[in-house]
Design a protein around this ligand. Structure first.
Ligand SMILES: Cc1ncc(C[n+]2csc(CCOP(=O)(O)OP(=O)(O)O)c2C)c(N)n1
Length: 323
């Protein structure tokens, strides 16, 4: 098989481990939430890890990231400190926002994670202001902002993309399209034949690419491409990732079959099983001879074990308050 540019083995392994780590940590957080040991609201990234990890792997540490209400994966992918994240979620003052914000407010300037902001459509305007700053300072960084498909319907989203385009700001918008805003699908929210590509490419003159957001490798390669085009062409970039949220919109239900809601498409849970980002990357690594199946299986097991241990170690440091 012809491969244009072979992905570095270390990078691939790191990404695989990172995706597993994020998955395990969120599953554990969800469990503690079900046991009433957590105060915070929860919006889990389970199922959507590949877009966060792919974008982080394709960008530099000095690039600046913004997230939203569903940002555990964004924060950890950007090398956010796990202990500070857990402390924040559990309302402890050692958290990355001193325990005041909870799950929806992650911020760690030391790794250039500039904040996850749950007010839909707000982070993109702040991110573009920061992109203006980077441009004026003549830094070579880009500013990345993760936006859900629901938030992408806010007026500020369109306004900001237009203004950022006008001022030629180094802004990369990651549109994580999991098809639902809470429980309402695109069909219920948009005109028939709503056309993202025409809108963003022809209408707003951005560099727009659409990828399978469940596939780490595709996200990685497309983000690399977009980043260099943003800098060369002085245009805003939009990466539209088709994602699947395995969990409920909010709360600690992580198995789609457990969900009582009727809003999902018929048999969506069957599709979901086939589109697990961990399995997709596992297959890629084995099929492209980076690791033997048995060895990768061992790496996976070891990672799950170590992450679980780390979680319990941190959790035991947090005094649990009665709810
Ligand atoms: C301005 C505003 N309106 C409403 C809400 C409540 N709210 C929180 S998340 C959400 C849905 C967001 O959907 P989407 O942007 O697609 O992200 P997803 O939850 O699917 O990741 C809504 C309506 C909010 N946070 N901000």
């Amino acid at each position: 098989m012809h491969r244009s540019k072979k992905i570095n083995k270390k990078l691939l392994l790191k990404a695989f481990e990172k995706i597993i780590t994020i998955r395990i940590i969120e599953e554990k957080i969800a469990k503690k939430s079900r046991e009433n040991k957590i105060w915070s609201f929860l919006h889990l990234s389970i199922g959507q890890e590949a877009s966060a990890v792919g974008v982080a792997a394709a960008t530099n540490n000095s690039d600046l990231f913004f997230g939203n209400h569903r940002s555990h994966a964004h924060y950890l992918a950007k090398n956010g400190n796990l202990e500070k994240m857990m402390m924040e979620i559990f309302g402890d003052e050692r958290g990355c926002c001193k325990g005041f914000g909870g799950s929806m407010h992650m911020l760690d300037k030391s790794v250039n994670f500039m904040g996850s902001i749950p007010i839909l459509g707000s982070a993109i305007s702040i991110a573009s202001g920061m992109a203006m700053g980077e441009k004026l300072k003549k830094n070579k960084n880009i500013v990345v902002v993760f936006v859900g498909d629901g938030a992408a319907e806010e007026g500020s989203f369109y306004e900001t993309i237009n203004m950022a385009g006008l001022y030629k700001l180094p802004l990369l918008v990651i549109l994580e399209d999991n098809k639902y805003a809470v429980e309402s699908s695109h069909e219920k929210r948009k005109v028939k034949n709503y056309n993202f590509s025409k809108l963003f490419k022809d209408g707003m003159q951005t560099i727009y690419k659409r990828v399978d957001g469940q596939n780490f490798v595709k996200v990685l390669k497309t983000t690399e491409l977009l980043k260099s085009s943003i800098i060369k062409e002085n245009k805003v970039g939009i990466l539209h990732c088709d994602c699947i949220r395995f969990s409920k919109h909010s709360g600690a239900t992580i198995s789609i079959q457990d969900q009582e809601s009727k809003y999902r498409y018929k048999n969506e849970h069957i599709q979901i099983k086939k589109k697990d980002p961990i399995d997709i990357l596992f297959k890629y690594i084995v099929q492209n001879n980076y690791f033997k199946k048995e060895d990768l299986e061992k790496i996976k097991k070891k990672n799950i074990f170590q992450t679980s241990k780390k979680f319990e170690f941190i959790f035991n440091k947090i005094p649990i308050r009665k709810i």
